[in-house]
Design a protein. Structure first.
Ligand SMILES: Nc1ncnc2c1ncn2[C@@H]1O[C@H](COP(=O)(O)OP(=O)(O)O)[C@@H](O)[C@H]1O
Ligand SMILES: [Mg+2]
Length: 272
């Protein structure tokens, strides 16, 4: 695991396969997070359950600890993992897929086991992005037969994941996930492009106390239709730069020009 903010990391097997973020690092990342209402509700419920652990133990009802998030890029899946770690005041362990996946698939399975062992030993949010890369459906997989072994290992690890850590996985290709893997998740969250109200909420946060023309916010939430959160962030920052260069307040023209320069739809067309 790489060092972050000079934090000493616990030495554990598999620790070199991930990046470690303290709850404080996470707090910085999630200052401007905006959830869609359904996801806000799911997360709130999840956190409430964790706060009431004893009651669940008493009733012999298992406590959820496996979340899968799916939806297009730039909609806040990774950010949600940071949010969860910050809320729970535990570190985020962001697994680097490229170091997990090995040309020898036997090695990949063993790496998967190691990262889960790590999370079992020290409470954290264990986050695996591009989860489809290791949890592909076994039937469809004609890459290498051995991939089934990776999926089997993953299933075993998920079944044995009874600890104070939370496992979170994200994918843009949920339909390619193995069904058995999919079923192991107690919590599922769909991410999508923001609607107008959500766009407006996020743009307001992005503009902050930057001086703006009266209509800017309203116009911006209309003209940034079909943009992801990540797109909106880039466009509003670009617009602010333009305003600063001109020593002017932020206007809807700045937003419009920045939108045209940034070309979010061309990018969205390629990836969706
Ligand atoms: N729901 C959101 N609320 C606030 N900012 C967001 C949201 N989604 C994305 N962003 C912005 O876009 C960036 C990329 O988002 P990310 O969480 O990595 O998306 P994903 O993992 O879904 O591809 C974030 O760092 C943040 O700046
Ligand atoms: Mg991501």
């Amino acid at each position: 695991m790489s060092k972050n903010n000079n934090n000493r990391l616990p030495r554990a097997k598999g620790s070199e396969m991930a990046t470690f973020y303290t709850p404080k690092d996470c707090a910085r990342k999630v200052k401007r997070i905006v959830f869609q209402p359904e996801n806000r509700r799911i997360i709130k419920e999840f956190l409430t359950i964790l706060e009431m652990k004893e009651k669940f133990i008493l009733h012999d009802v298992p406590i959820p600890n496996k979340i899968v998030m799916f939806g297009p890029p730039g909609t806040g899946k990774t950010l949600t993992a940071f949010y969860m770690a910050q809320q729970l005041d535990i570190p985020l362990v962001l697994v680097r897929l490229d170091t997990i996946i090995h040309s020898h698939l036997g090695e990949t399975a063993s790496n998967v086991r190691k990262i889960f062992e790590y999370a079992k030993a020290s409470p954290c949010v264990l986050f695996l992005d591009e989860f489809d890369a290791i949890a592909r459906t076994r039937e469809n997989n004609d890459e290498v037969k051995e991939m089934a072994r990776v999926v089997n290992t993953l299933l075993q690890c998920l079944d044995e994941f009874e600890c104070d850590s939370i496992f979170m996985a994200a994918t843009n290709l949920q339909e390619e996930l193995d069904h058995a893997v999919w079923r192991r998740f107690d919590t599922k969250m769909t991410y999508g492009m923001p609607d107008e109200a959500t766009r407006s909420e996020y743009i307001r946060l992005l503009i902050g106390d930057f001086e703006k023309e009266e209509q800017t916010l309203k116009q911006a939430s209309m003209s940034l239709k079909d943009c992801s959160f990540a797109d909106m962030e880039q466009i509003v920052l670009k617009a602010k730069r333009k305003a600063i260069i001109e020593s002017s307040m932020l206007t809807s023209e700045h937003i419009r020009y920045s939108f045209e320069e940034y070309k979010p739809h061309l990018i969205a067309g390629v990836i969706s």
